[in-house]
Design a protein around this ligand. Structure first.
Ligand SMILES: [Fe+2]
Ligand SMILES: [Fe+2]
Length: 219
C-alpha cells in the first residue's frame, strides 16, 4: 500500500468511498461554514414566479445539482489516487465547497417543487472512476482535469445566468456565488501545477457533460 494511504486499509478506503457516495446522493454531505447565498436576498427583492419560470429554473438547477454530484465524484476519485499530500489537501477544500453547492441547489430545487436527477448515482460513480483514473495518470493531469472541468462549469453557469428569469433572484444568487467558487477552484488547480489537457480530452469532456446536462434537464 502506498504511503499516501497512511492508516487506511484498502477496505477502509472502499467503505469511506461508498459512505461518501451515499451521503452525496441521498443524504447530507459535509459542508463548509459558509451560508447559503440565497439567505442574503432581501424579502423586498424577491419576485413572484410564473409556473413556466419555476419549471425552467427547476430544470436548470437540477442540471447544476447533477453537475455538483459529478464534481464531488471527481474530487473523491482523485483523492483516492492523488500522490502529493498537499494536492489532496488543497482539493479537499474545493470538494467541501462543492458540497455547499450541492446543498444550495437541492434546497432551491425543493422550493421550486421539483426533484434532483434520478441518474445521480450514475453521475457520481462514473465520476469517481474518471477522477481516480486522472489521479493515476499523475497529479499534474489530475489537476489539469479539475481546471478544465471548472472552466467548463463556469461556461455553463454563464449560459444559465443568461437564460434563467431575471425574476428568479434566489436561484441567481446561488448561481453567481457558484460561478465565483468554480473560477477559484480552477485557479487553485492551475497554481498547484495543473497541466493543460490535450484538445481531444477536452472535447470528450465537453461531450460527456452535454449528455449529462441534456439528461438532467428532463430527469
Ligand atoms: Fe461546484
Ligand atoms: Fe468547483
Amino acid at each position: 500500500m502506498s504511503h499516501s494511504n497512511r492508516h487506511f486499509t484498502p477496505l477502509d478506503l472502499v467503505v469511506l468511498q461508498i459512505d461518501n457516495g451515499l451521503r452525496t446522493i441521498f443524504g447530507k454531505p459535509v459542508v463548509t461554514e459558509r451560508s447559503n447565498p440565497q439567505d442574503k436576498v432581501t424579502e423586498k427583492s424577491k419576485q413572484e414566479l410564473s409556473t413556466t419560470e419555476k419549471t425552467f429554473s427547476a430544470r436548470l438547477m437540477r442540471i447544476n445539482h447533477a453537475g455538483e454530484v459529478a464534481a464531488q465524484g471527481l474530487y473523491q476519485g482523485q483523492a483516492l489516487t492523488a500522490k502529493l499530500p498537499d494536492v489532496r489537501d488543497k482539493m479537499q477544500r474545493a470538494a467541501e465547497e462543492e458540497n455547499d453547492h450541492l446543498a444550495w441547489c437541492e434546497r432551491r430545487i425543493n422550493e421550486l417543487n421539483s426533484h434532483t436527477s434520478y441518474f445521480n448515482p450514475l453521475w457520481y460513480f462514473g465520476s469517481v472512476s474518471i477522477g481516480a483514473l486522472a489521479g493515476v495518470a499523475g497529479d499534474k493531469w489530475s489537476l489539469g482535469f479539475v481546471a478544465e472541468t471548472e472552466r467548463q462549469v463556469v461556461k455553463h453557469l454563464d449560459e444559465h445566468l443568461e437564460s434563467i428569469s431575471e425574476n428568479d433572484v434566489e436561484s441567481r444568487a446561488v448561481l453567481e456565488q457558484m460561478k465565483i467558487d468554480e473560477g477559484h477552484h480552477a485557479t487553485v488547480a492551475i497554481e498547484s501545477g495543473a497541466a493543460e489537457l490535450p484538445l481531444p480530452v477536452k472535447q470528450v469532456m465537453a461531450l460527456t457533460s452535454k449528455v449529462m446536462t441534456k439528461t438532467a434537464y428532463w430527469v
